[in-house]
Design a protein around this ligand. Structure first.
Ligand code: NAP
Length: 336
């Protein structure tokens, strides 16, 4: 079966996912496109999907009989209504992060999907599909013993002026929030945020770097350094300390050089290059599940937990180093 996909939001990631479906992956084709800016949708149609129909409204694309499954790649604030409409239509939907911009919005999606009674939503937490994180999870599950501590870092070379302190949580830490919970098979119970002195390259409205300390229900202590003006490169680090040993996320493959009297390995500078393969694998997972009329991978529940945790971390940014409690409601049976 070829899954007929409609893409809502044809900006940077919507265009890239359309390219994946049309040129890289098997089992699906893009038959419909929609964007708030119709010229953006028509440009993607011309470049990548000439047979696709362009819809002015995302709601009409979701309802279209030729569309079997939907990709929501529009700006974050628009995700919730589109995902709810897809659930109401009984169609599998892949939603880029965030699932919703508020925890209440994410809860409405969880409730709608649980009431529908079958998984339809996959959230775009692509790190779970990265080969390095998959290998790290295997080591955590079977080799290093019960986890005790995690040391992680998320570093970007620079960010624009419109990137403000809470975005370090909602836009950046959100990936660590999901992937660490998945690696540890655990949930968070509290968050603290500590700020060292502000880095010289940090612009006026941004407190950078910062350290987020998360505690889990099983008593694991996690520190994540977020440093988005680190200057030297895009660098994701993760080390898990267990009872019997330590497992570390592998570095991206790079040619080691002996050059100019130095032994050197290049470091990536663009985040798109770091996880490029994982986007292929996550969408392949979506296509396979959508062909069966369902969804796999990171769920609405995972998106909801990430939203609750993000809100607690943003509150902790304002709490002078005090811990902010994180409590989750009961998990619906659909997500067990
Ligand atoms: P983008 O380049 O700004 O594209 C978003 C597109 O959605 C724009 O063309 C925008 O049109 C359009 N849009 C806005 N409101 C809409 C609506 N109501 N209906 C339909 N289209 C609408 O942004 P992006 O970088 O692709 O990011 C899109 C989403 O993907 C965000 O939620 C982002 O967090 C997520 N993302 C995830 C990853 C990841 O690593 N998983 C990476 C990148 C992005 P206008 O420009 O006219 O507003």
């Amino acid at each position: 079966m070829t899954v007929r996909i409609g893409v809502i939001g044809t900006g940077m990631i919507g265009r890239d996912h359309t390219r994946r479906i049309q040129q890289v992956l098997a089992g699906a084709e893009v038959v419909a496109l929609s964007d708030y800016n119709p010229d953006a949708a028509r440009a993607v149609q011309a470049d990548l999907a000439p047979a696709a129909q362009v819809y002015e409204k995302g709601e009409d694309l979701i309802a279209a009989p030729e569309v079997d499954a939907i990709l929501v790649c529009s700006t974050g604030a628009t995700h919730e209504p589109y995902v709810l409409a897809a659930i109401a239509a009984g169609k599998p939907v892949f939603c880029e992060k965030p699932l919703a911009t508020t925890a209440d919005g994410a809860k409405r999606i969880v409730d709608a999907e649980a009431a529908f009674g079958r998984r339809l939503v996959q959230v775009g937490f692509m790190r779970r599909y990265d080969a390095g994180y998959v290998a790290l999870k295997a080591a955590v599950d079977s080799q290093i013993g019960a986890p005790i501590m995690v040391h992680a870092a998320h570093r970007n070379p620079t960010v624009p002026e419109h990137y403000l302190t809470p975005m370090a949580i909602h836009d950046t830490l959100i990936h660590e929030i999901d992937v660490l919970r998945w690696l540890l098979n655990d949930d968070y119970v509290s968050a603290r945020v500590l700020f060292p002195r502000k880095a010289a390259r940090s612009h006026g409205k941004l407190r950078d770097p910062q350290v987020v300390v998360l505690e889990t229900a099983k008593g694991v202590l996690i520190d994540v350094e977020i440093f988005v003006n680190c200057h030297y490169g895009y660098d994701i680090q993760c080390e898990i300390v267990g009872e019997d040993g330590i497992a570390k996320l592998p570095e991206p493959m790079a040619i080691q050089m002996r050059l100019d009297a130095k032994l050197q390995n290049p470091i990536l500078t663009d985040w798109k290059d770091r996880f490029v393969d994982s986007y292929d694998v996550e969408l392949n997972d979506f296509i396979k599940a959508a062909a069966q009329g369902t969804a796999a991978g990171p769920s609405s529940w995972d998106g909801y937990v990430a939203a609750i945790t993000s809100d607690a971390c943003v509150a902790a940014q304002e709490a002078d180093g005090e811990a902010v409690a994180i409590s989750l409601p009961a998990r619906p049976a659909l997500y067990n």
